[in-house]
Design a protein around this ligand. Structure first.
Ligand SMILES: [Zn+2]
Length: 319
């Protein structure tokens, strides 16, 4: 099975996104890049270098529905009339923007985010949501854990690896333990567990960090020999990356727990202390709040801090 990485530009700080062309029947793209002219031109040109046109694509598989990964799905599909789009049904980014729903406002309120800050973030995310076309019902089908994506010479096994987002999926070529992991495993950065409503019960918060650690442990058991991430070069030392992640998460847990005060702090307070430079800058503010919430949730689940609800806001305290 020929897996060809194509590096596509994004307007985000993270830099290029990796799209994977599986040059085999059915001709498949794993992720597509954001909906910008630069990305669309780059994708078209890089496919062409491999003898492929948009119209030849038969299947589009999304690792997750963040704009940098899924934005061009509809455009490619519209040109490739037969292409089917597959995405896990716990994803929502291909349906509506990240802070667009009432549940999102609730999550931010609970985290202690002031209303004017939420509004600023919403405006930013409105602009970001323009980097993807919304797909309607019937335009995509569902990826399910353990399902097999069939190709002429073999299969890719779908692994639901929640954490970075609730419906993040990875794809395993069992024959040589090659893994395409989206943003679940990245070479240079520890993936950020993004705050989102729980897909089963949207009034609750998705326990992103706890889920992420389970996903990482599951991938480790598969002992992948080569991992293709959503950004950066392929990884041939997964065990080392795994240990680095666990250390980084552990260090951050300690820092976050250290920032929790006797008389109570909100996740927004902790985010401001954790990332004093990021807190008033565009998407970084949302990522900083996500990170603080993920770590506070995890510390609370582990019984290391206490949480108390006061007028719809969560206050974390030392035990
Ligand atoms: Zn992502």
């Amino acid at each position: 099975m020929k897996i060809i990485p194509l590096s596509i530009p994004t307007p985000f700080y993270v830099g290029d996104v990796n799209v994977y062309l599986i040059k085999e029947e059915p001709l498949t793209l794993i992720d597509v890049g954001p909906k910008t002219k630069e990305a669309s031109d780059a994708l078209r040109q890089k496919l062409k270098q491999n003898g492929v046109n948009f119209s030849d694509i038969e299947r589009i598989v999304l690792t997750h529905a963040h704009e940098d990964h899924c934005g061009l799905a509809k455009q490619v599909r519209d040109e490739a009339k037969r292409a089917e789009i597959l995405v896990h049904n716990w994803e929502t980014g291909h349906l509506f923007g990240r802070l667009a729903q009432a549940e999102h406002r609730k999550l931010m309120e609970r985290a202690g985010v002031p209303n004017e800050v939420f509004q600023e973030m919403q405006e930013i995310y409105h602009d970001i949501s323009l980097l993807t076309d919304a797909l309607s019902d019937g335009e995509f089908s569902e990826l399910k854990d353990e399902m097999e994506l069939e190709f002429r010479s073999g299969t890719l096994k779908v692994l639901h690896t929640p954490g970075h987002t609730p419906g993040s999926c990875s794809f395993l070529r069992e024959a040589n333990r090659t893994l395409i992991a989206g943003d679940c495993v990245l070479k240079r950065i520890t993936p950020n567990p993004i705050i989102s409503p729980d897909p089963i019960d949207p009034t609750r918060r998705f326990k992103s960090l706890a889920e992420y650690l389970v996903s990482l442990a599951r991938l480790r058991l598969l002992a992948p020999t080569l991992v293709y991430g959503g950004h950066g070069e392929p990884i041939d030392d997964f065990e080392e990356i795994f240990n680095r992640y666990v250390r980084a998460i552990d260090d951050r847990q300690k820092r976050v727990i250290g920032l929790v005060e006797q008389n109570g702090v909100t996740a927004f307070d902790v985010a401001q202390k954790l990332f004093p430079n990021a807190i008033d800058k565009d998407v970084h503010r949302f990522l900083a709040i996500s990170e603080a919430v993920a770590h506070l949730d995890y510390a609370e689940t582990e019984g290391k801090i206490a949480v108390e609800f006061k007028e719809g806001v969560e206050f974390y305290r030392k035990l």
